[in-house]
Structures are given as structure tokens and as C-alpha cells.
Design a binder for this molecule. Structure first.
Ligand code: AHM
Ligand code: MG
Length: 333
């Protein structure tokens, strides 16, 4: 097993980047690492500083904003702006893309994913995807970002858990780094990260929604009865994905129909997770680790982007388990 690669070496060896893009990617990764370090420290003292509750605001998705959602938004916007390497920034927490400068890449981020876990000191994460801007300028920042979505260049997430980890891919392999807090640095964990060869047997889903899933997804859940599998669900995509990446498994968040009688018709008919800053980065990392990600039918990386906050059903994990899911779902449709 190799001893691991520092972040700069990882960028140096990434294929298909111009010199300018390489410099920009290094700066963006450094900005993510800096913000991740700050967030890890703030999160660990959050409960004693009274920061783990709701802020009182509601975001563009109609969801209650946690104080830490807003803190993470500010931390990463600052570090990414200071990198000088980001052009437009799309965030789960902002309705419109923010112009950060003239940088080489557009970045889409979920600054704090799984924030409902904060109240119980559960794991949370931050997700990033850098896209190469299209040469076709549309005149609208949102359309410019959408035009770039076909060309992700780098995806990364930070997992704040027992350790704070940074996981990065430029598309050909996946590497992970752990925060060494006394040095304040992310140091490489030896070896590349790949889904286990044997496929794994973990299934991660919110079965509480299953009565409102479409028939194919309900059929998949029923098909698990009597088969050998292990149920694990934290309710934080970064943690659920990361566990399944290391141990072998599948994560599903299918579309669910509105809850009967619920005012405002909640439920997520198009899925809950967002294409640009949750599904695509995880799909990109999954592919590079030998896994797969689909929206129930087609690869996530082939879903046409039509809106910067577009939601999509997400099924991601070990390639053989995703293939098994597709086979079972297609047998009823
Ligand atoms: P968020 O970005 O608002 O935190 O929502 C995304 C999260 C994922 O991390 C997680 O997998 C999912 O929502 C959990 O949803 P649920 O509580 O409905 O199971
Ligand atoms: Mg999220």
C-alpha cells in the first residue's frame, strides 16, 4: 500500500488539467481544507456555545436553517473567495449563484449536510464540486453554472465525525485525509479508496418514507426480506456514503409522494437530494472508487441539469448493489 499523497501531489498528478487549472484546484482544495478545519473546531464547541439550534430562518428549499448552516455558509464562502480561484459559487443556502471573482472554476456546495444531526452531536459533512465553466456564456449566472455541469473536475467532502476527514477525487481515484488537529493539517491516509471487491451488504435508506415511494422502490425494499443484508442509516449523506464506500453498501433516497394531509404538501416527489452539490459530487467520487450512482433509471452524471437547486432521486454505492437495485426496480415498471 502506498503511503498516501499530500493534497498538492494529488493535484499535481490529476490528469487533464491545464497549469492554470492545477493552480486553481490547489487553491480551492486549500480553501476547503481551511474551512473544514475551522468548522471542525466550531462544531466541537457548538453545544457549549449554544450554536446547535435553528437560526429562525427558512432557506430557498423551504427548510429550517440551523445556526451552523449559516456559519458554514459564511466560512466556506470566505475561504473560497480568498482562494481567488472560484468564479461562481452555488450553495444550498443561497437562492442565486454568488459571483466570487474571475477564478478558473464554478463551485457548487452544500456547506453543512445532515444538519439535523447537530442537535445530537451526530456526524455532519460539507460537500463540494468544481465545474469547468463552459465557453458558451449565457448572460445569466445560474445558466452559466448549469452549462458547466457536464464537466465536473473535482469533487470533495469533509466528514465531521470521530475524526474529521477530507475525501477528494479528480475522477480517476479517491484519496482521503485526516485532520491532525495539533498541526491543523489534513494528512494523507495511506492507499486509494475503493468500494470493496466483494460488493458489501449494507443498505442505507429511510424506511419511514417507504409507504410513499413508487412501486419499484417499494418492490426493492420488499426484495431485501430474506436476503443477507445489514441496515445502517445515520441520516447524513456524507456519513452514510462514506461508510458504504469503505465497507460496501448502497444508499437510497428515492422520490416520495406528499404526506397525506400535510399542509404545504411536503414529501419529495423528485427526491430530496440536490443534483449539483449532493448527487453529482457523490456520483463522481463513487465512479472513481469503482461504484455507481443512478437516479432510479440512468446514471446521475447523465441527468440533464435544468435548475441549480434541482432535486433528484439518488441511489449510490457498490456497482453490483446498484445494478441489483436497477434490475429489481425495472422488473415492475
Ligand atoms: P440537508 O442537506 O438539508 O441536510 O438534507 C440532506 C440530508 C442528507 O444528508 C440525508 O441523507 C437526508 O437528508 C436525510 O433525510 P431524512 O431525514 O428525510 O431521512
Ligand atoms: Mg445536504
Amino acid at each position: 500500500m502506498d503511503k498516501g499523497q499530500g493534497l498538492d501531489d494529488l493535484v499535481r498528478q490529476a490528469a487533464g488539467l491545464s497549469d492554470g487549472e492545477r493552480t486553481a484546484a490547489m487553491r480551492i482544495l486549500a480553501a476547503i481544507a481551511k474551512g473544514g478545519r475551522e468548522m471542525a473546531s466550531l462544531l466541537s464547541s457548538g453545544p457549549i456555545r449554544g450554536l446547535t439550534g435553528a437560526s429562525g430562518a427558512v432557506n430557498v428549499q423551504g427548510e429550517e436553517v440551523q445556526t451552523f448552516d449559516e456559519i458554514a455558509q459564511e466560512v466556506f464562502t470566505r475561504t473560497l473567495r480568498d482562494s481567488g480561484s472560484v468564479s461562481l459559487l452555488v450553495s444550498e443556502e443561497r437562492e442565486d449563484p454568488e459571483v466570487l471573482g474571475e477564478g478558473a472554476f464554478h463551485v457548487a456546495m452544500d456547506p453543512l449536510d445532515g444538519s439535523s444531526n447537530l442537535a445530537v452531536s451526530g456526524p455532519v459533512g460539507s460537500i463540494f464540486c468544481a465545474y469547468r465553466p463552459s465557453s458558451r456564456k449565457t448572460g445569466s449566472p445560474a445558466s452559466d453554472v448549469l452549462a458547466s455541469v457536464g464537466t465536473p473536475v473535482m469533487a470533495a467532502y469533509v466528514l465531521y465525525s470521530v475524526s474529521t476527514l477530507l475525501v477528494v477525487s479528480f475522477g480517476s481515484e479517491v484519496r482521503q485525509y485526516a485532520l491532525e488537529s495539533s498541526r491543523g493539517e489534513f494528512l494523507p491516509i495511506p492507499g486509494v479508496v475503493r468500494f470493496p471487491e466483494n460488493g458489501g451488504n449494507i443498505v442505507s435508506l429511510n424506511a419511514g418514507n417507504s409507504s410513499r415511494w413508487r412501486e419499484g422502490d417499494r418492490h426493492y425494499l420488499r426484495s431485501l426480506e430474506g436476503r443477507s443484508y445489514t441496515a445502517r442509516y445515520v441520516g447524513a449523506l456524507v456519513m452514510d456514503f462514506h461508510r458504504n464506500l469503505l465497507k460496501g453498501g448502497i444508499y437510497l433516497y428515492p422520490g416520495d409522494l406528499p404526506k397525506p394531509g400535510k399542509e404545504g404538501g411536503s414529501g419529495h416527489p423528485e427526491g430530496k437530494l440536490r443534483l449539483l452539490y449532493e448527487a453529482i459530487p457523490m456520483a463522481w467520487i463513487a465512479r472513481a472508487a469503482g461504484g455507481e450512482a443512478v437516479d432510479g433509471h440512468r446514471p446521475i452524471l447523465e441527468v440533464p441539469p435544468v435548475h441549480i437547486h434541482q432535486r433528484v432521486p439518488l441511489v449510490v454505492g457498490t456497482a453490483s448493489m446498484v445494478a441489483d437495485y436497477l434490475r429489481i426496480v425495472s422488473s415492475v415498471s
